[in-house]
Design a protein around this ligand. Sequence first.
Ligand code: IPE
Ligand code: IPE
Ligand code: MG
Length: 236
Amino acid sequence: MHIGIIMDGNGRWAADKGWPRSFGHRAGAKKVSEIIKYCPELKVKTLTLYAFSTENWKRAAHEVSSLMRLFRGYLQTKYLEVVKNNIKVKFLGDTNPLPKDILLQMKKLETDTNKNNGFFLNIALNYGGRNEIIRSTKKIAKDLLSDKISVNDINETLFSSYLDTSDQKDPDLIIRTAGEMRLSNFLLWQSVYSELYFSNKMWPEFTTQDFEMAVNSFRQRNRKFGHKEYDFKKFV
Ligand code: IPE
Ligand code: IPE
Ligand code: MG
């Protein structure tokens, strides 16, 4: 099972307590480790976390730099844990505009966990669904121009293979915290048949019980993919 999480509400959580927004981001980062550790219990094999969107650069400069500092520190402190725990890390998004040292840490983590297969962790960092679709289209155009593929090869399977999530299944469930009911540019292509779950909790206060509630809600759903019969048996 693949779950995507739009971890929202760090700023509001901190502001409610009269603290700077960066405190909220720090508390949010702590929550990430707790949720990852709980995944095996719920039989969740893949987790995609929305950490920073292509639109988030437009926030105040001090907030953006505090987030970059947080990513830098987080990648450093979690490195060994991730490598040892058989977690395969993949970053989704446009890596070019990120600070070079963070980029190096990201590459190292991806390379050093490449053979891991216990758990799949995608981190969407400078990610935007539209940006991903444009980058993929450019790669397809290049391969067309160099005759690697022809126009008739272009179909949904080929297009998916050019996305950042190329070798992965689409998310079964997307959870968003902080009461907002929108995707905010998260996994546009991949979310077509994802089930959606919204929690009113701010991300730093989202607990493993809340996570379990979301998964249980998903397990009650009847997925039809546009063609399946409604399964009444499931609900009796
Ligand atoms: C989510 O929390 C974290 C990021 C977008 C990086 P926010 O920072 O969006 O928190 P709110 O929505 O302002 O409360
Ligand atoms: C989405 O949250 C991005 C992340 C959680 C990283 P935002 O807070 O940026 O989204 P909007 O502005 O509420 O749509
Ligand atoms: Mg927000």
